[in-house]
Design a protein around this ligand. Sequence first.
Ligand code: ACO
Length: 448
Amino acid sequence: AKNVGILAMEIYFPPTFVQQEALEAHDGASKGKYTIGLGQDCLAFCTEVEDVISMSLTVVTSLLEKYQIDPKQIGRLDVGSETVIDKSKSIKTFLMQIFEKCGNTDIEGVDSTNACYGGTAALFNCVNWVESSSWDGRYGIVVCTDSAVYAEGPARPTGGAAAIAMLIGPDAPIAFESKLRGSHMSHVYDFYKPNLASEYPVVDGKLSQTCYLFALDTCYKYFCHKYEKLEGKQFSLSDADYFVFHSPYNKLVQKSFARLLFNDFMRNASSIDDIAKEKLGPFSSLTGDESYQSRDLEKASQQVSKPLYDAKVQPTTLIPKQVGNMYTASLYAAFASLLHNKNSGLAGKRVLLFSYGSGLTATLFSLRLHEGQHPFSLSNIATVMDVAGKLKSRHEFPPEKFVETMKLMEHRYGANDFVTSKDCSLLSPGTYYLTEVDSKYRRFYAKK
Ligand code: ACO
């Protein structure tokens, strides 16, 4: 199979959200801390009738319907998620309900988990299957689904929720450049979920920021090295048209791109102009460790990279800013934002994606885009996802209601023997929702 990659995409996020500006005031944070300091606009969250399973049921059903894919045509289904509802039964098995009723139980794949990286692991597994000798000619589906919730405190505004489904196959408009990849994996306690009775992570925020940037630097080094070996020339920011980052909050994305430019400067890449050389010059003698601590470097590199950021990164930031951190779905929601903003204009472009999962696992990889044939075309994917329509039809909740929902969900997490309100009035038609968890912890869903 040639040009294996993403043929089609669909995204779902809950219609319920809070404004970061309102949350800021409610939390007693200084004005601008969440909106400018973190760079976030809104935070989407699941109410008691939605969870990672309902969102993934919704998004997979919608993907199949909107691209008119016969469920029998699916031969593999991989799920990435870090939202644990069951320690043994995979989310993938819940999704089998969609396929079983069409007589298809011949579907490989289960769930992949490591913080926000599980979706990328699932995607690589699925792409590898299509490229392998075990491929049977059918399509694969990759689902990224997460509800990101934090305990009260500085991390809470970096929550979010969404599910994304991607159809995988050959001759894709979004094709992998599989040889162009750099990974960095290591043992760190920056963000983890050791308390199995709680949905909330244990998080060392500052450490997680440094780990993220260090992983980015390291992946970029390996990536550049591989590119140089293959192409016989230096790689620099000018060799890719867009950069998509895992987006816990937008400020980290701004810092990340600035960091890549600093990497180019340190490697003396030809793409660095004289102004950048002059502004970054004073930082060339910093040690690696010092470079992560230097506020002046952060400021200078962000300033120098601003015009390039506006061109190569800003078009990827819409959904992450509007929805928040979607964990495994975050990187792909950023990529969906790019498709939404540029669609057909992306034909012929190279896009680099940086996936980061705390703990930690990270990969920088490359995609090459082509317009493709209907229904698997860049313009049709943008139309089907209808990002603008979905954002517009949301319902704003006051922070008090958000906090109240978080409290209720704390009790519901891991609980059994309850029915939900079954109130699906805010959900759009076709959305799945949770109705009941019985005394044997079995979960039941209905479709609006
Ligand atoms: N106006 C403008 N900016 C402000 C204001 C204000 N009134 N007040 C603060 N800020 C800025 C700060 O200067 C800082 O920006 P900077 O980094 O450019 O200096 C930013 O707002 C954040 O404020 P801090 O005090 O540095 O950090 P805080 O204690 O609020 O925590 C953090 C932020 C660490 C991101 C926290 O939200 C967190 O732990 N989140 C979860 C972990 C996370 O997402 N890590 C990222 C990678 S791992 C993953 O994806 C889960």
